[in-house]
Each structure stands twice: as C-alpha cells, then as structure tokens.
Design a protein around this ligand. Sequence first.
Ligand code: MEV
Length: 320
Amino acid sequence: MTTASAPGKIILFGEHAVVYGRPALAIPVTQVHADVEIRDSDSTGILIHAPGIRLHADLNSLPSDHPVAAVVHNFLFLSRVSPSPLTPLPKSEGKFPNLNITISSTIPVASGLGSGAAVTVALVRALSAHLNHPMKDEEVNAFAYDIEKLHHGTPSGIDNTVVTYAKPVCFIKTQPIEVFNVHKPFTIVIGDTGISAPTKESVADVRKLWEADQEKWESVFDEVGEIAKQAKERIETGDWKLLGGLMDQNHALLQEMTVSSPELDALVEAARKAGAAGAKLSGGGRGGSMIALAQPEKADDISSALISAGAKNTIVTQVS
Ligand code: MEV
C-alpha cells in the first residue's frame, strides 16, 4: 500500500492580478488536506474510489477529461506504461497495473482552498511512489500545472506551486519559485461562504474586463502587485500591523474586478467589526473563502462573528 497527501492553500495577496504577471503571496493550509491511498488489486483494471464525491468507477469508464482520470492517464503516459495520454487502457494486456485508488479530501471543492491542485499533487505522488517512477518536486509541480490548465483555462500556476512545495510562496508567473520568510508568526482566520464558485469562471470574467479596457486593468493589476510587494516586505520584517490595511485595499480592488459577492463582503465586514486588522476574499472569489488578519487572542471572536454572518466553516491558521 502507498499513501500520499497534500495540503490546501490560501492566497494572502494578489489573486487574479497574478494571472497577468504580478506577484502574489500564498501559504499552505495544513489543517485541510487531500489524501490518496493505492493498493494492488486482485481484479483487472484501475478502480477509483472517492467516497466524498460518491465516485466509485473503473478508470476506463470515466471521461478522459475527468479531473481524476486525467491525472492517472497522464501519469501512465509519462511513466511510459501507456502509449498515449487520455487513452483507455486495454484490460487484457497484463502489463498494465491493477490498482485500487482511494481519494479522500477535507478541502471543500471550489472553496478557494486549492482542492483540485491538492488532489492532483497527492495522486501523482502516490502513483509515482507506488509504480516506482520517482518524480522531483519541480516535475510534480509541472505535471499539476498541466492538469490545472486542463480545468481552469488560464491559471497562473500559483495553486499547484504552493500545494506542491507546501511553503509560503511569493509567486510570479514564469519566474523561479521564491519562498518567503515569516519574521514574526501571525494569525489568519479563514471563513468559507459554503458557496462553490469555479475559479475558471471568475478568471474568464476578469479576462473579459481586461480585453475591453487593457489600460485601466493593467493599472489596477499594478496596484495589486504593489500591495503584494509591500505585504511581502512587511511579513519579512515582522511589521505585520500594516498588513491589515493592505488586505482591505486588496479587497477593494477585487471588488472592482467584480469577483467579490454579497456573501464574501458580509464576512469581510463581520471580521473587521469583530476586531480583525484587515480582511479580504481569497482565491477566485464569487463564493469560496475569505481571510482575516487577527491578533491571536481575537481569533476565536472573529471566527464566531464569521459563523454568525453566514460562514459555513472557519479555520484558524498560523503563518509561520
Ligand atoms: C486562484 O486560487 C487564484 C487566481 O489568481 C487564479 C490563478 O492564479 O490561477 C484567481
């Protein structure tokens, strides 16, 4: 039996603008994770079980672009087990592995917490260990990015990167990965609206705005990039008090991009009223999650305020 696991993530600063080459900061969230277990099977074929999404199916019966099937097909092609990606495996030939793959995840789907990237990374790591095809982190990351592209259109690559390396990352598209240091730990409260919102749609809508007025949106993205840069400096020098104001500014720009929602705004407002130093939506928006910067002793109050304002779930996490 082989197991592998990958954490969730949140974006602290810079979502959406990161798609257009500006810097963004993201951290792993280890309180939630995707877990994969692979066992050799007595029956022929590759059986996939994901009880959380009521999936129990033979690999060949799934559409080739199914998020889980695509990972397995691409991996078998990469490791030269299968002659081409997205091709059903002929069951009769003994050279194909017979496997039982079980996937479970505590990361809510389409919640801004990176559930898709985490399942991909955990699954490819489990396959690589079980089928004896070692992969370096950068290979896992590149593999997961290809899968993200399949499902999210034009992703920046930040989600797969932070989930693969499980470290705080300052991410700029096409540039080498930069891990940032946290001088003084700080506390973040995450509130989940419980509304599932596909990143693909909000990213596509921001692209439409950009296509209609590139000059305006390039300058908004510059502002967001500057906020992310300043936030990184503050985190690295331990001067995190001004970070709250930067979060508020970033949220206002995300509202301008039309990716907030009444539910997200209500949670952001409730967190501020309960004493958060700042708050913003996190990830693709329109639903999913928001984050609030909290003094540790206020985290529980902020959590309760978020639940009263409609959050389906909260997580308190330390950035360190
Ligand atoms: C999604 O977690 C972050 C976005 O910026 C999309 C991306 O970077 O691919 C909204």
